[in-house]
Design a protein around this ligand. Structure first.
Ligand code: SF4
Ligand code: SF4
Length: 542
């Protein structure tokens, strides 16, 4: 889909009609149907991907078929309504949080203007309180006494196909970023409501391809792209060659090595796509500099977990793969690369789904002796925690001037900031390796704005929507670009590295995107190095 020109889109964000209806709402929200048209929805999952996933043990993805959101008939199972209501009942019994979130919203509106989708589309149903109300109204109708007796007067709605379509529209216009929850006095987490709507939709065969294809690939070959073990290995080997060419030191790496002290897992995007490639080269150089005893795995070749964007079962299965591989190889613990949702799964869900990982050891840095108490049960240490600890103990030498071509700012990825509280370590690292500035206060740390394309929405057919929802983040970058000549947006998330690149190209040309470890490697002084002047750091073409 072509994206409107920047001036046009800027004007439309402020004055234009809702993307979902094509009109300024003129009726009560309950009576306003959604209208699907090219550009306002992500493509449905391919039939063969759904069939494959449904055939896998532990997973259930029924009703594989060809269908289009623009069609009147979505080819739902005959008893779709019973399936949805039964699914909702089960989940209300299983997840206490869902029941609480359904019951305790007081409509104070504190969350209303905190969502980047609302800010970028102006669509009232993108206010977090309204997004949750799409599900809550059905809950109220069928699961509360007031709703059963008073129906619409009590805010209840009987489940219909129109509501199902509305759930599809708005649960895929939420990146589950949790910004709204920071401002809710009751801590209502609308991301979890979105997750439930997506789960329920999958029960009747409604899902999008940009999520289910990576889930299917990860389940089959271990990573999103479906790279087979030899291809994954080849890609990392190419990066080893590149690091050697730039530094004169060839990183010594191994794959699937039993008895290694540490298993390293990163998002596969780091080994096959720019700008993540430079981050991966950074890991290689860093680990070589400290002589880390570690191994890559061609089986657990993906840190990202798109299962999080579908249902609990898929998330659990993909997460389990990393730990199964750690156990098989007999490592002590895992170091994880720069990823967002991998860390959300590890910090928020892993322990109750697959953990605690008692077969691994409490992580201790072999270089500094630091015990990572925070990873006592997950047995997984974030690369930024690991690197910050090395710096604190004086184990790394830097020449900051090697990053003199960079004026950076830092984007807190939603998942690492809000789901795991990783906010100081990346900043501590940046202080040591590069000249950088903060974006405005209400757009960083817990209040960070989402890239606008997370949770599997990083797909081209909804590019206008992505540029709209990414506008609040882009706007904050623009501020530091104009005020401080910032030319680099650093982050610790592979999805961000991909999505922010498109966002910057559109709203803020001249600002590139990188991982923190790329900046670390740029500035790193290695013993025995033979390094020419690298005008563009690890991006320099020799
Ligand atoms: S979780 Fe994020 S995207 Fe979803 S409603 Fe809240 S602020 Fe919006
Ligand atoms: S801030 Fe919380 S209580 Fe207030 S409207 Fe939003 S979800 Fe409801």
């Amino acid at each position: 889909m072509a994206v409107p020109k920047l001036e046009q889109l800027s004007k439309s964000v402020v004055q234009g009609p809702s993307l979902a209806t094509g009109a300024i709402p003129t009726r009560e929200w309950m009576d306003l149907p959604v209208v699907f048209k090219p550009g306002n929805y992500a493509y449905p999952a391919k039939k063969e991907k759904v069939e494959y996933l449904d055939s896998q043990s532990g997973l259930s993805f029924p009703n594989a078929r060809e269908w289009s959101p623009e069609d009147e008939d979505w080819k739902l199972p005959e008893d779709w309504k019973e399936i949805i209501l039964k699914g909702l009942k089960e989940r209300l019994g299983k997840f206490r949080s869902l029941k609480i979130f359904m019951d305790c919203c007081v409509r104070c509106g504190a969350c209303a203007d905190k969502c980047h989708f609302f800010l970028g589309t102006g669509d009232p149903k993108n206010m977090p309180v309204m997004r949750a109300e799409l599900l809550r109204s059905v809950y109220r109708n069928d699961f509360t006494l007031a709703g059963k007796v008073l129906g619409k007067m009590a805010g209840g709605r009987e489940m219909t196909v129109e509501i199902l379509k509305e759930w599809f529209m708005y649960s895929y216009q939420c990146t589950e970023c949790r910004r709204c929850s920071v401002f809710c006095p009751y801590g209502i987490d609308t991301a979890e409501v979105t997750m439930m709507m997506r789960e329920l939709l999958h029960l009747v065969g409604i899902g999008i391809n940009w999520i289910l294809e990576p889930v299917s690939n990860s389940n089959r070959t271990g990573n999103h792209m479906g790279l087979q073990p030899h291809t994954f290995k080849d890609n990392v080997d190419f990066l080893v060659d590149d690091v050697e060419a730039l530094t004169g030191i060839r990183p010594n790496i191994t794959f699937n090595r039993k008895g290694a002290e540490i298993l390293f897992i990163t998002p596969s995007a780091d080994v096959f796509a720019e700008p993540g490639l430079y981050t991966a080269m950074g890991y290689l150089a860093l680990f070589e500099a400290i002589g880390l005893d570690y191994t890559w795995s061609t089986y657990a070749s993906e840190g990202g977990n798109f299962g999080l964007f579908t249902n609990n079962e898929s998330m659990k299965k993909l997460n389990a793969k990393m730990y199964a591989e750690a156990e098989r190889l007999g490592v002590k613990y895992i170091i994880g690369g720069e990823c967002g949702h991998m860390w959300r799964v590890v910090h928020q869900y892993m322990n109750t789904m697959n953990g605690p990982a008692d077969f691994l050891e409490k992580p201790v840095s072999p270089i500094t002796g630091t015990v990572f108490e925070n990873a006592s049960s997950s047995k997984m240490v974030h690369i930024s925690e690991f690197t910050a600890d090395l710096i604190k103990h004086g184990k790394l030498k830097f020449d900051k001037s090697r990053n003199s071509h960079v004026k950076a700012t830092y984007h807190d990825s939603c998942n690492t900031a809000r789901a795991m509280g990783l906010m100081d370590e990346p900043r501590y690292i940046l202080d040591h390796v590069v000249d950088w500035v903060e974006m405005p206060e209400n757009t960083i740390r817990e209040q960070t704005f989402c890239c606008g394309s997370g949770t599997g929405l990083n797909t081209d057919e909804i590019m206008e929507l992505r540029m709209r929802s990414g506008l609040p983040r882009a706007n904050a970058v623009k501020y530091v670009q104009e005020k401080h000549d910032v030319n680099m947006l650093s982050c610790v998330c592979a999805i961000d590295r991909a999505t922010l690149t498109s966002l910057m190209d559109y709203w803020n040309p001249g600002v590139s995107v990188c991982g923190i470890t790329e900046l670390v490697a740029n500035a790193l002084i290695q013993e025995g190095e033979n390094r020419p002047e690298l005008d563009d750091g690890f991006r320099t073409l020799l």
